[in-house]
Structure formats: C-alpha cells, structure tokens
Design a protein around this ligand. Structure first.
Ligand code: SAH
Ligand code: SF4
Length: 460
C-alpha cells in the first residue's frame, strides 16, 4: 500500500515539473512515507529525521515532510519531536502534496493536513474526510513499469484488537468498479503486464451500486486481459471470513488470475484469535485453506503471524506451529507483537510476553516455515515454470529507486545483448533468478529450475 502511495506522491510532483533527485543530499524536498503498524517502523523514521537536523540547519530551504500512517497517528507530535519538519500529511491527502509544498515555499510556514479525526475504538461515528482521489498513474514513477498496484478498497472496519490500521487509514470503503477498470485500462496502455488489486480485506470487496464482489471484479479484469497485453492479475490481502466458493472458482477458472492467496491467520490458537478479535476459529481458517487447495490446483497460500500477543501461552504458540506444519504455507511473515497506543489491546491488556520469549517464538516459527519452504521449493527442481521477467536481480525489490535513480533504469544499459542476472516470479509468486539479456524484461518466459533455496528458485 505504501509502495502505491509513494508512486502517487511521486507522480503528483512529476506532473508539477519536479524530478527525482539522484540522492538525498541533492534533493530540495525530502519526503518520508511512513508506516505505523509496529513501533520499530516509527523508531526508524524518528532516527532518520534526527540525522537530518544538521542538514536542515545548514540548508533551511530544504523541505522535509512526513507522510503516511505515522503522520496521521502522531500528527503534531512530529513537529514537537522534530521541529524542523515542514510538512505532515495523512495517507488520504496525497493529492494535496504539490499545493502544500507551494505554500511552504511561499513562506507560509509548516503545513499539516490529516485525513480524519481519530476514530473511537470500534465506532464509526466520526465523519470521514478521506480524499478518495488516486491521482493519475504514472509509469515512470513506478518501481517497475510492467507491474502496478491498484487500490480497490480503502481503510478497514475489522478492528483487530492489536491493529492501528482502522484508526489511521479510516473506514472500509470499496471503490466503484468503473473507476477501478478505467485505472486498469490506463495502466495496461502504459505497458503494465501484471496488476495487483490491493486492500486490507479485498475478499470483502463490494461495489454498492452494481453489487459487484471480488470474484465479479476478477472476471471483469479477465475480460481486459483477454484482449490486451495484461497477463497477470493478483489480489491481496484476503480475510478468511469473506472468502467464498465463488472466489476460489473464479481463481480456478480465470486463466489470467494467479493461483496465489495471502490469507493472514495471525495465530493457530482459538483463545488468541478471540482475543485478537479476528472473527474466525482456527477450524474455520483450516477449512478455508483446504477449500483453496481442493478447488485451485497448484495454489499457494501465504500468511502473517503475530507471536507474543498478550497472554500467548506456550500451548497457544505450539498450536500456531501446528497450523504452519499442516497448511504448509509458501511463506509466512512473522511479527513480534508491538503494542500500539489507541488500540483495544493497548488500553486493556498488559504486553506481558517478555521480549526474549517473543524472539524465541519468532525464530522457532521461522525455522519451521523455512524448512517447509525449502522442501516445497526443491520440488520445483527439474520443472519448467512460467515467469514474468521483472528486472535485474540487482534492482529487484529495491525501493531505493525512489531515492532517485534514473526512472528509466531498466533501459539504460549500454549493451542490450549483455547477459545479466534477471528475476521474475512464477504464477504462485515464487521468485526465480536466471541469466538472460535485458530484452527479456517485461516478457512472460519459460524457465527450467535447476536449484532451489527456501525463497528463491534458480533457473535456466
Ligand atoms: N489487513 C491485513 C493485515 C495488514 S497489517 C490482515 O488483516 O490480514 C500486516 C500485518 O502486520 C498483519 O497481518 C499482522 O500480522 C501485522 N501486525 C499488525 N499489527 C501488529 C502489531 N501491533 N504488532 C505486530 N504485528 C502487527
Ligand atoms: Fe488490521 Fe485486522 Fe484490519 Fe488487517 S483486518 S488491517 S489486521 S484491523
């Protein structure tokens, strides 16, 4: 979500005549697009800001901005902790970025624009003032011109007790189908071969006017793919409670929709799931996974887990291990619980699992997941897989392009025939590394797998 927001911020500024700087040092404007999901993410921003204090003293004309969820959450506290910051901008206000920068440049002082009053826990009575504007998409502002995220939902109404998202990203709202399809067509015209539909609970997607669900939307995307160069359609993140048979069948029956599901479980213990307010039992979660495997041949499922949430016992944790063993996720993202002020868990319960226990559980779960990922990756050796070639492995997943490389960095090779280490992904989202010429980037290619590590396949 932040990668998409960063693209939109860059695009908004490019259209005003700005360009990406080659380095932070050369930049006139330095923007941090922040996350507040865990304390660690926030600490990193405050220390990065700290390092800019002297820079700002030496160059008061440089504009420093904090955008995104942490801006929304900490708002004026940011000016207190880092008084040299010029701009604090919530995640729903991207469209206002150029105008606010102009105000600062015109000497009107620091600017702050937030998306809404913070919501009361579990209540939605606060009038939302989110701006649902997604500025025009801009291929040169993307990490990879062939792949793009498309927001289909804003916000979240689930109110999991540990989670800050509903407070900083506002109420759940589905974007109208027409707007989404128009954006996808525009992206395809710009050369996009893969789109990923994103939202906090995309399986709940529901367009009020047309009654379209996620499976319906996927079908409409498939129609676009049939007549254009669009090759792959993905969607994240799904919530187990809203995943129904029509979704599994759509993924099975629509050839351009990839058989990959990100369905965070968070825990394998019913006591923990209840305390987290996830709204499902572990039995229900397992049932959803089995339905996916039964309906969609070769499907991969990935998950998120929180270890060391309030009161998590050793037995609760062992149930999480068992779930990972049984479902055999392609990958799991494992987080140590981080209390977030304003959430129900923060207000009501003690963060009572010591950090060394969190760390041990994190490592233990990771080891189980790594073993499973290795075993499953090795099954690919000798097989041919179809991949979308994304770029050189040097640049793969590297967000530093946003710090200002040549925006056409894929094209600036001196020798188009030089053999480079390239990367791509399989339909199930497994990363493949292989050698080939730059001209393959953006193409769908068959690669034979010769070697495997837990999270990377090596091919020819
Ligand atoms: N909407 C998605 C999750 C978005 S947040 C869903 O519900 O599945 C991404 C992940 O961050 C979550 O799945 C959770 O595992 C983790 N997370 C959220 N809040 C956290 C907290 N307070 N401490 C640790 N991890 C957290
Ligand atoms: Fe947070 Fe739960 Fe919403 Fe995911 S579903 S964003 S974890 S509140």
């Amino acid at each position: 979500m932040n990668v998409l927001d960063s693209e939109l911020m860059i695009a908004a500024l490019l259209r005003e005549g700005y360009s990406l700087a080659e380095s932070m040092k050369k930049a006139d404007i330095i923007l941090f697009n922040t996350c507040s999901i865990r304390q660690h993410a926030e600490d990193k921003i405050y220390s990065a800001l700290g390092r800019l204090r002297l820079v700002k003293e030496a160059h008061p004309e440089k504009i420093i901005g904090v955008m995104g969820c942490m801006a929304q959450k900490d708002n004026s506290l940011i000016f207190k902790r880092a008084p040299f910051v010029d701009l604090v901008l919530g995640p729903g206000q991207i469209a206002r970025l150029p105008e606010l920068i102009e105000k600062i440049r015109a000497g009107q002082g620091p600017q702050m624009e937030l998306s809404l009053e913070r919501r009361g826990r579990g209540r939605h009575e606060v009038e939302d003032s989110f701006d649902f504007y997604d500025p025009m998409r801009e291929a040169t502002a993307r990490l990879n011109p062939f792949m793009a995220y498309v927001r289909i939902m804003f916000g979240c109404d689930q109110f999991c007790t540990y989670c800050i998202v509903p407070y900083v990203r506002g109420p759940e709202q589905s974007r109208p189908v027409g707007e989404i399809l128009a954006e996808i067509r525009q992206l395809v015209d710009q050369g996009c071969r893969e789109i990923t539909l994103i939202g906090q609970t995309v399986s709940k997607y529901h367009d009020k006017t047309s009654g379209t669900s996620l499976s319906g939307l996927l079908e409409m995307c498939e129609r676009i793919a049939e007549t254009t160069n669009l090759e792959r359609i993905r969607f994240v993140t799904s919530h187990p409670n809203s995943m129904t048979t029509d979704l599994f069948e759509a993924v099975r029956d629509l050839p351009h929709v990839m058989p990959y599901f990100h369905v965070p479980a968070q825990s394998g213990s019913n006591a923990q799931l209840k305390k987290m307010n996830r709204g499902y039992s572990v039995e229900k979660y397992r049932e959803v996974c089995h339905q996916i495997y039964e309906t969609v041949p070769g499907a991969a499922i990935t998950s998120d887990f929180i270890v060391g949430f309030c009161d998590e016992s050793e037995d609760d944790f062992q149930q999480t291990i068992q779930l990972v063993e049984d479902i055999r996720f392609k990958n799991s993202f494992i987080f140590k619980f981080s209390p977030r002020e304003g959430t129900k868990a923060y207000e009501l319960w003690e963060d009572n699992i010591p950090d060394e226990v969190k760390r041990r559980r994190n490592n233990e779960l990771l080891a189980v997941q790594n073993r499973i990922s290795t075993e499953d990756s090795e099954k690919f050796i000798g097989q041919e897989v179809e991949i979308l070639v994304e770029g050189t492995s040097k640049n793969a997943n590297k967000l530093t392009i946003l710090e200002g490389q040549d925006s056409n960095f894929y094209e600036n090779s001196h020798d188009p025939n030089a053999i480079l280490q390239l990367t791509g992904r399989t339909p199930c989202d497994r990363i493949v590394v292989f050698d080939g010429p730059r001209s393959l980037i953006g193409e769908i290619k068959k690669v034979k797998i010769v070697k495997a590590s837990p999270f990377t396949l090596f091919g020819e």
